[in-house]
Design a binder for this molecule. Structure first.
Ligand SMILES: *Cc1c(COP(=O)(O)O)cnc(C)c1O
Length: 429
């Protein structure tokens, strides 16, 4: 596979954009090499600037659940654009998509739209703090909730994990309000709560973690968190930016039958345009300005193009719920095929999957939290990634990312992916 034009575009980009990219994971730092510049995409395929056609397992990190350039979404955006692209005034379509989202997702009365998953999570935490009158939050090591200050925190030292900034620019003052716990470790969460007694406003988590590879919640973990939250007057925030409108029409809440207090959305809800949202029961949502005291705003929030794309996407998913079953089956088929390919070459691996979220870890041990994800053999992952890319299969350029399966993938695509895997497996230890 050739990447001449991608390479020269990357060179040019680096002169005027830090690292040549507008979001770090795109730069291939975790796997090395030159990022692929995309020309266009349709269905399950990416077409790069060098004329390569790639099977896409990222799908814009999730939004393209029905495949790229999906006609109803594209047409909705085109028609909307002709009528003006932004007004800074209310529009009918905002109510339409809000009503549809509220009807699809369990346990929410109202929803507010923002422009990214980061904004959704940041605003959800502010709302939780305002509503409870408490300052501290608990997040889990390895869960990602966007790049706002409160979430860029790593485990510090000490018996109970008080956070320390993991990026310059995040203040110690902010870090001290974020407490870290280990994913799938209820006992640890209990210890953190006990140590901070009545100061915790919320626990935020990915109900299925997708930012340390895919890590499903252990049996009883979500139930246990719900119980701890109820006992300690803490709000439970499900960050469903990945899982929302993917694991089921109603997301992880529906799949697991657990009610969260605030739910964050992004990715699929925007149909590929920049959209995030957060939602809850009216009692909580009415704490927001203009009727409540918690301030939150956005010049382009509820933007008509973004709402048109999101509404078209949600309508498709709502009217054809068989889609969720279909992508799950495709992902299961892929999992079995990759398992056989790697096993036949004696490669040590663990595959985690929940529904249409899947990740391959080059580790023999179960991968259940950040520490076990970090133990995997990254050299093998790099070889695997570049091997697959060479076979024109685009998987996430980091071992800590989930692959997102879209319904545009055919079984023939899956078979050629599995065949590529088998070929590459020979070079892995
Ligand atoms: C992608 C993601 C975010 C951040 O969304 P952006 O739109 O990139 O700001 C937050 N939470 C989770 C779980 C995500 O996967």
């Amino acid at each position: 596979m050739k990447y001449q034009r991608s390479s020269s575009l990357f060179e040019e980009a680096q002169n005027v954009i830090p690292g040549g990219v507008n979001s770090p994971v795109r730069a291939f730092k975790a796997v090395g090499g030159t990022p692929v510049f995309v020309e266009k995409a349709k269905g399950a395929y990416l077409y790069d600037v060098d004329g390569n056609k790639l099977i896409d397992y990222i799908n814009s990190w999730g939004p393209m659940i029905l495949g790229h350039a999906y006609d109803p979404v594209v047409n909705a955006v085109i028609e909307k654009a002709k009528k003006g692209t932004s007004f800074g005034m209310p529009t009918e379509i905002e109510t339409e998509i809000a009503a549809l989202a509220v009807s699809m997702v369990p346990n929410i009365d109202k929803i507010r739209f923002v422009n990214s998953g980061t904004e959704a999570c940041m605003s959800a935490v502010r709302l939780a703090r305002g509503f409870t009158g408490k300052d501290k939050i608990i997040k889990f090591a390895g869960c990602y909730h966007g790049h706002s200050d409160s979430f860029l925190i790593q485990a510090g030292s000490g018996a109970v994990t008080f956070g320390t900034p993991n990026s310059p620019g995040v203040t110690e003052g902010t870090a001290k309000d974020t407490l870290l716990a280990n994913y799938n470790d209820l006992k640890n969460v209990e210890e953190v709560i006990t140590a901070s007694k009545n100061e915790i406003a919320c626990i935020i988590l990915e109900p299925v973690a997708g930012n340390m590879g895919c890590i499903p919640p252990a049996k009883g973990f979500l139930e246990g968190l719900r119980k701890l939250c109820d006992e300690n007057k803490i709000l439970l925030i499900f960050d469903e930016v990945m899982t929302g409108f993917r694991l089921a029409a109603g997301g992880a809440q529906e799949l697991f039958g657990i009610k969260a207090d605030i739910i964050c959305f992004g990715k699929v809800i925007g149909g590929g345009l920049p959209v995030g949202a957060f939602a809850a029961k009216a009692e909580i949502m009415d704490y927001l300005a203009p009727i409540g005291p918690v301030y939150q705003a956005g010049t382009l929030s509820g933007n008509p193009l973004a709402m048109a794309a999101g509404l078209a996407m949600l309508k498709e998913l709502n009217e054809n719920r068989e889609v969720f079953n279909s992508i799950n089956k495709k992902t299961e088929y892929l999992q079995k095929g990759i398992e056989q390919a790697l096993t036949s070459e004696n490669v040590k691996f663990t595959i985690n999957r929940l529904g249409s979220m899947i990740s391959v870890h080059f580790s023999e041990k179960p991968v259940t939290d950040f520490a076990s994800a970090a133990e995997a053999n990254n050299e093998n992952f790099k070889k695997f990634f570049h091997g697959m890319l060479n076979e024109r299969i685009y998987i996430a350029p980091s071992a800590f990312e989930t692959w997102f399966i879209c319904d545009a993938l055919s079984y023939a695509d899956l078979d050629s992916t599995i065949a590529a895997c088998k070929k590459i497996a020979k070079d892995l230890k």
